[in-house]
Design a protein around this ligand. Structure first.
Ligand code: SF4
Ligand code: SF4
Length: 61
């Protein structure tokens, strides 16, 4: 799986990191959000549903 963040839409608000159960491990938010260490991701899609800009796409493969 992968997590895509639309860099044009992301405002860097950090909500994805706050709401993610493994936010500290997965989300790197420095002006823009980036998902890393996806081995910790449960694919719960909370990040995508809570992003106010609808910038996150969780892609299951
Ligand atoms: S919640 Fe959305 S807008 Fe906010 S930092 Fe995360 S990806 Fe960017
Ligand atoms: S899908 Fe769930 S576990 Fe994975 S990054 Fe988003 S909120 Fe975190």
């Amino acid at each position: 799986m992968r997590i895509e963040v639309d860099q044009k839409k992301c405002t860097g608000c950090g909500l994805c990191r706050e709401v993610c159960p493994k936010g500290a491990k997965i989300w790197d938010v420095n002006k823009k959000a980036k998902a890393k260490n996806l081995e910790f991701c449960h694919v719960c899609t909370i990040c995508a549903s809570k992003c106010p800009e609808r910038a996150i796409r969780v892609v299951r493969e």
